[in-house]
Design a protein around this ligand. Structure first.
Ligand SMILES: Nc1ncnc2c1ncn2[C@@H]1O[C@H](COP(=O)(O)OP(=O)(O)OP(=O)(O)O)[C@@H](O)[C@H]1O
Ligand SMILES: [Mg+2]
Length: 250
């Protein structure tokens, strides 16, 4: 069973410390939600896990199955089964989604798929995610609406079958129906083979996917962890009240 461990992680961006001693373990099969105010360091954590060069690990470690990955390039991290969706996905003009997905899948899985085999797999996944077939012919994210970009990410995740996936605000900017489709899509990908870290601001996606653990990140540290009821409390009370209650009780 694959395990992602984050140990006493400190991350800085352009000389400013953002993540300040974060500990988190995600096992395959577990769904974790990471919530927290704007600027608390959620995306920074995600970028550091994936190895973005602007995010500097000052101390601490990130391990997969006990092995440190912080010196591995991005592609090696992906080969270990990590998947990261971006809060602001890039447009790649001239690369069709179909080609991009096929390259990514072949790069990860070693045994290349033929084009008909590949088309069949994509078609099947697109049906599950209720994505229109014409979608795959378009260039990656070019002219995609916000919701279409999110669907393309989830389709990519469905094809790559990661062991641990980090989804950064996959629920932002979706209309009510798309939120349901995307959330149910993610939910259908969850299971004993997949560990999920869902970064989100709202409880709405969590109505479709119940996390086993909810963590609240404030100023670069996890200040509270709990089960899915914590996300509901947050919806009712907001961060400030939850933090206040903690200071009173401690
Ligand atoms: N590339 C960067 N250059 C400069 N500052 C950055 C960069 N990336 C992150 N930061 C800063 O780090 C802090 C944390 O940002 P981060 O994007 O991790 O927050 P977040 O918790 O994901 O917030 P949000 O909920 O708004 O997405 C912010 O003050 C942000 O301005
Ligand atoms: Mg963010």
């Amino acid at each position: 069973m694959t395990k992602l461990q984050i140990k006493d992680l400190h991350v800085s961006v352009k000389g400013k410390q953002i993540v300040k001693g974060l500990n988190l373990t995600i096992n395959q099969g577990e769904i974790h939600a990471l919530m927290g105010p704007n600027g608390s360091g959620k995306s920074t954590l995600a970028q550091a896990i994936m190895g973005h060069p602007n995010y500097n690990i000052d101390s601490g470690d990130i391990l997969i199955d006990g092995e440190s990955i912080i010196n591995l390039p991005v592609d090696k991290r992906a080969k270990k089964g990590l998947f990261l969706s971006f809060q602001y996905p890039a447009e790649v003009p001239g690369v069709s989604m179909m080609n991009f997905f096929r390259m990514a899948m072949n790069a990860l899985n070693g045994a290349p798929k033929t084009i008909p085999e590949f088309r069949q797999i994509v078609k099947q996944k697109m049906e599950v995610l209720k994505v229109d077939e014409s979608f795959a012919k378009r260039y990656l994210n070019e002219g995609f609406s916000g919701g279409e970009k999110k669907k393309s990410e989830i389709l990519q995740m469905a094809l790559l079958n990661p062991k641990i996936a980090i989804l950064d605000e996959t629920d932002s900017g979706l209309d009510i129906d798309a939120l349901k489709t995307v959330s149910e899509g993610i939910s259908s990908l969850a299971g004993p083979e997949t560990g999920l870290l869902l970064i989100t601001h709202y409880n709405r996606m969590l109505k479709y996917i119940t996390p086993h653990f909810v963590h609240i990140l404030v100023d670069g540290r996890i200040v509270k962890s709990g089960d899915s009821s914590l996300a509901m409390q947050l919806d009712e009370k907001g961060y400030e009240n939850i933090i206040k209650e903690m200071t009173v009780s401690s």
